[in-house]
Design a binder for this molecule. Structure first.
Ligand code: PHE
Length: 358
């Protein structure tokens, strides 16, 4: 019996030493396999007398059961250990802080355009957008800009393929073509409503006033600290039966004071020239406080819409009159945020751009 006990102890020790399921199977073979210790002992019983066989067989069976129990126990322990290792390897620390995804922000010029749209929107202005590749007609001719006007020279204008020699395509040099595009659509709609649909000639019936701003990208061959080949403009147009320069002054003053949150801001309308307005004025602003106090800063061109332009809108200039302005949102953004180099806006440096939240 001692011999059987030591076989069982040996088996237990061998199983304990097994570090992997394969080790364990090898150890099992030593005891329970075809020529394992227990099997050999069973075979050895053949030579015994019948009653000896009985007691010996029972004893071997007990030993065999003990070995099998030890084997199963070790199997389970190895499986548990392996599962434990796997769980550890795949462990997620749910208490770790998440990986931050960077918080985006709007570009300062976009913020400025949003602000401009909100202010003019509150004054009843529609917001319109138009193409950046324009025809010569909308960019110049319809705006009463004669063919020999210096603005048409190659120095200022980016010409693009696709037009003809007499009607080239170009990148719009200002947002003013939107005056014509928007007004023509407006007149077409209300002309039809007034029953004057296809009637030839200029429209002199009744229609709601045209009140629109048109912000967007514009292009000129120009580049330095205050000029970039791509820049923004925002056009404004108000045409009705009784819209005067006084309204322009009121609207633009109100806009500037709201935009810069400065009630004592002063505006100056300085006589100027644009082919599409008569009279024309450059608009300067002057802050009374802050780092720019006292300096005159140019922010827009403006004027009363020229009768030829009113005609190109399809309107009768004896009945319709209005004003237009074109301002530079980039300039407004520089003034509002105290930025002194326009190129910073378009360099795409995140460190610069992420500073603007509102
Ligand atoms: N389009 C002019 C410019 O780019 C500005 C302007 C717009 C002037 C409307 C008068 C009226 O300089």
């Amino acid at each position: 019996m001692n011999e059987l006990n030591s076989v069982v102890d040996n088996a237990k020790a061998a199983f304990e030493q097994a570090r992997t399921p394969a080790d364990l199977e090898n150890a099992k073979a030593l005891f329970l396999g075809k020529s394992g210790r227990i099997t050999e002992m069973m075979k050895g019983m053949a030579a015994l007398a019948v009653d000896e066989k009985k007691s010996r067989g029972a004893a071997i069976n007990l030993a065999k059961q003990a070995i099998e129990a030890a084997l199963n126990g070790r199997r389970q322990a190895l499986a548990d250990a392996e599962l434990q290792l796997q769980l550890q390897a795949e462990a997620l620390d749910v208490s770790l802080p998440g990986r931050q995804c960077g918080q985006g922000s709007l570009h300062p010029v976009s913020l400025t355009l949003e602000r401009i749209e909100a202010i003019f929107g509150s004054m009843g202005f529609d917001v319109a957008q138009g193409p950046e590749i324009e025809s010569d007609w909308f960019n110049f001719t319809a705006l009463n800009t004669p063919e020999d006007h210096p603005a048409r020279s190659m120095h200022d204008t980016f010409y693009v393929e696709g037009g003809t020699a007499s009607a080239p395509n170009l990148l719009r040099t200002h947002s003013s073509p939107m005056q014509i595009r928007y007004a023509v659509q407006h007149v077409k709609r209300h002309r039809a409503a007034a029953g004057a649909g296809q009637a030839p000639g200029l429209f002199s019936g009744d229609m709601p006033e045209i009140r629109v701003i048109a912000p967007g990208r514009t292009y000129r061959v120009d580049s330095d600290a205050t000029h970039s080949p791509m820049f923004h403009q925002c056009e404004g147009l108000w045409v009705g039966e009784n819209v005067s320069f006084k309204d322009l002054k009121f609207v633009f003053t109100d806009f500037c004071r709201t935009f810069f949150e400065s009630d004592d801001l002063v505006l100056r309308f300085r006589p100027s020239f644009f082919p599409f307005t008569e009279p024309s004025a450059e608009i300067d602003i002057q802050f009374q406080n802050g780092p720019l106090a006292g300096r005159w800063l140019e922010v827009a061109g403006s004027g009363q819409v020229h009768p030829n332009v009113i005609r190109n809108m399809g309107l009768e200039p004896e009945k319709y009159i209005g004003f237009a302005f074109g301002m530079g949102p980039d300039r407004l953004a520089m003034l509002r945020y105290g930025v002194n180099d326009l190129r910073l806006f378009f360099d795409g440096d995140i460190r610069f751009l992420s500073q603007f939240q509102s």
